[in-house]
Write a protein that binds this ligand. Structure first.
Ligand SMILES: Nc1nc2c(ncn2[C@@H]2O[C@H](COP(=O)(O)OP(=O)(O)OP(=O)(O)O)[C@@H](O)[C@H]2O)c(=O)[nH]1
Ligand SMILES: [Mg+2]
Length: 253
């Protein structure tokens, strides 16, 4: 929790269950997937009072439910799915672990090409995180690259429950041709783009703005598009992503 609360919050309650959500908005979505909303911060700047509501996702259950290989049939899920796409080694599985608050449920590796299947993680029986194989893994055979590409494409086109694709870009590098292609696909397919700039802890603070700008310009993102710096080491950025997930669930029937 950040900000100077200074005892100014009349309704901040001790426990996460005694929550007052001024608009009731988070409470409804929360009940669907076990998310507990609470007031994260409260700023008082002169006469302007503004509260920033956020959520804390209480992960009651997180389990790898389905693993799909090249020849597998995609599961016929009826819960919303959020997919994590990006270049190999960008940190998709690490991000999923960080969001699930698990150390190594999703397998990660310093070697690119670790995730070679589409892995569906059931979160609180309310939604799925879908860990996709990475693209652009130079050492994989052409055959394997083509197969993984087909597998990802097949999933992205066919899933009936896919609500959002989070595109991960390493904050240290300019997006490559594959990233641009993926970004364009996301936009063309009608999904609101959410870009997550990973490995935030690996650059100096003074470099952050410059790198974010580079990503934004390279992808040709509109000014108001969501670009969230994230570190799976420190979990910086997690609340912002939980908030996005909350909104996705809110807009899901
Ligand atoms: N310092 C730091 N390292 C990270 C972060 N995210 C991921 N890594 C490291 O980057 C490497 C790759 O992470 P993964 O999560 O396996 O990447 P991936 O995108 O799932 O990779 P593939 O499954 O091969 O597509 C691992 O060594 C992680 O520990 C981060 O935020 N900070
Ligand atoms: Mg992975």
């Amino acid at each position: 929790m950040s900000g100077d609360l200074g005892g100014q919050i009349p309704f901040l309650c001790a426990g996460p269950h005694n929550v007052i959500c001024p608009d009731g908005h988070a409470t409804r979505a929360a009940s669907r997937c076990g998310i507990t909303p609470f007031l994260l911060d409260y700023h008082i700047a002169g006469r302007r009072k503004e509260y920033i509501r956020s959520i804390s996702m209480v992960i009651k259950n997180a389990a790898l439910e389905t693993v799909c290989g090249i020849t597998s049939k995609l599961p016929d899920n009826n819960l919303p799915e959020i997919a994590f796409a990006g270049k190999s080694n960008v940190g998709k599985s690490s991000l999923i672990n960080s969001l699930m608050n698990r150390k190594s449920l999703a397998r990660t590796s310093a070697q690119p090409g670790k995730t070679q299947t589409i892995n569906f993680y059931n979160i609180n029986s309310g939604l799925y995180f879908v860990d996709l194989p990475g693209y652009g893994y130079a050492k994989a055979s052409k055959d394997a690259v083509a197969k993984w590409g087909k597998m990802i494409e097949n999933y992205l086109y066919r899933s009936k429950q896919l609500k959002r694709v989070f595109l991960l870009i390493d904050i240290r590098h300019e997006p490559g041709a594959n990233d641009k292609q993926m970004y364009d696909w996301i936009v063309k397919s009608g999904y609101e783009p959410v870009i997550i700039a990973t490995k935030l802890d690996k650059i100096k603070r003074s470099q952050i703005d410059k790198q974010l700008k580079l990503i934004k310009t390279s992808l040709n993102m509109p000014q108001n598009a969501l670009l969230i710096p994230y570190s799976s080491e420190t979990h910086q950025g997690r609340e912002a992503i939980y908030e996005i997930i909350d909104q996705i669930l809110e807009n899901t029937d």
